[in-house]
Design a protein around this ligand. Structure first.
Ligand SMILES: Cc1cc2nc3c(=O)[nH]c(=O)nc-3n(C[C@H](O)[C@H](O)[C@H](O)COP(=O)(O)O)c2cc1C
Length: 379
């Protein structure tokens, strides 16, 4: 039997809520308000680069590591660096996904700046790059100049976008014109989408099975568990990683029914229920969208991220939920079979599938945590 996130939490937490007693009410209902504040702060800056950056930090990025650092030392420029302390060496051994996330950041920066009447041009990896690992060299030099073409619908969607990691409504198909709008949003790469029932069934299985591989592989599973932030206090202290806040997680934390150690215990309930949950969610995908690049250079990864941001914003504007499903695209050896299956299904004529997303209609979820933009300015 597969369980949804809510069912899982209800089972894990049902007894715990009683055990915690009524006095715990104020604790278990607290929300990580501080960690969500950067969403409300976006746009509230006078300096044009800071105003655009306050939107850019809301971009999606792998495991919410927010691996961006910016130097504002040169007037009219933003120099973007990858924070090499915030990589995912096990699930993302070549930092491909991290760079895709930096592409999402750059496109958000550009859309936000254009709304203000600024054109932003990018000089990517101006001092060169390494295809295997990220280093201290800049990822992009971004030059602001008067101009730019505003895209008000995309801009308006920025604060409403979420990665919706919940079950989708399996009674509600995704219309073909919505899929056409998503693929039309990509500017730099080939985007494709499907709601064909056979392909959807195959992609549900593939993405669910790929989760099982990531869970079954000690070091990749541990990489996620290490990033669990359990309860509002942990989320506020480290507003990144995997946000496990909300009343049930507060209760589980208080009663110590759910801890990082318990999640790592493969014979325990938390591990089994966690895997059930992500697999069950995967099995509710109603359509899929993916982006393919001919090669797999750093510049192509950035371009894929820029397009993914556009696809994600168009989906948001259309009321569609999106969850990136990257497991089968990961390059660690244990995933090789699933990686090959994904590429055979999605890029049969070659190329690298950079992003794959599950689509459907899902519940409205809270925004995810962010470090304030000021924490990301290094000069
Ligand atoms: C390159 C990339 C890969 C991602 N892969 C996954 C994934 O495999 N599963 C998932 O649930 N979310 C994935 N995400 C979404 C992030 O987890 C999400 O963007 C982050 O937690 C911040 O949340 P938000 O998008 O709601 O702001 C990915 C995002 C990016 C940019």
């Amino acid at each position: 039997m597969s369980l949804t996130r809510r069912q899982t939490l209800a089972i894990l937490g049902g007894g715990a809520i009683v055990a915690a007693g009524t006095g715990a009410g104020a604790v278990i209902t607290r929300q990580p308000g501080g960690a969500r504040a950067p969403w409300a702060a976006a746009g509230g800056y006078d300096e044009p680069r800071m105003r655009a950056l306050s939107h850019a930090i809301l971009a999606p990025n792998p495991h919410n590591r927010q691996p961006w650092l910016v130097d504002l030392g040169t007037p009219g420029e933003v120099t973007l660096y990858a924070d090499t302390q915030r990589l995912l060496p096990h699930t993302d051994p070549h930092a491909r996904q991290i760079v895709v996330g930096l592409g999402c950041f750059l496109e958000t920066l550009r859309v936000a700046a254009a709304e203000d009447g600024h054109d932003v041009t990018f000089d990517l990896f101006p001092e060169g790059g390494n295809p295997d690992r990220l280093d201290a060299r800049p990822v992009a030099r971004c030059t602001f100049a008067p101009g730019g073409t505003a895209e008000p619908d995309l801009f308006a969607a920025i604060p409403h976008r979420r990665s919706t990691k919940e079950p989708y409504d399996t009674a509600r198909p995704v219309p073909s014109d919505a899929l056409a709008a998503l693929t039309a949003a990509a500017r730099h790469n080939q985007a494709a989408a499907t709601a064909d029932p056979d392909r959807v069934a195959a992609l549900r299985d593939l993405t669910a099975d790929a989760f099982s591989v990531e869970f079954a592989t000690d070091r990749t599973y541990r990489e996620s568990v290490d990033l669990f932030r359990i309860g509002a206090a942990e989320v506020n202290a480290n507003p990144d990683g995997i946000d496990l806040s909300g009343p049930l997680f507060e209760t589980l934390r208080l009663t110590r029914l759910f801890t990082r150690d318990k999640a790592l215990d493969r014979d325990g309930m938390s591990y089994a229920r966690g895997l059930d949950m992500v697999r069950a969610n995967a099995m509710t995908g109603m359509a899929y969208v993916w982006l393919t690049t001919p090669g797999n250079t750093r510049a192509e990864q950035i371009a894929a991220g820029r397009d993914w941001m556009r696809v994600n914003l168009v989906a948001t504007a259309l009321g569609l939920a999106v969850q990136p499903m990257s497991q089968a695209l990961q390059e660690f050896p244990e995933m090789a079979d699933h990686y090959a299956r994904a590429h055979a299904a999605l890029a049969p004529r070659g190329g690298t599938v950079q992003m794959l997303g599950r689509l459907g209609y899902g519940p409205r979820v809270p925004v995810s945590p962010r470090w304030p933009v000021e924490a990301k300015v290094i000069g």
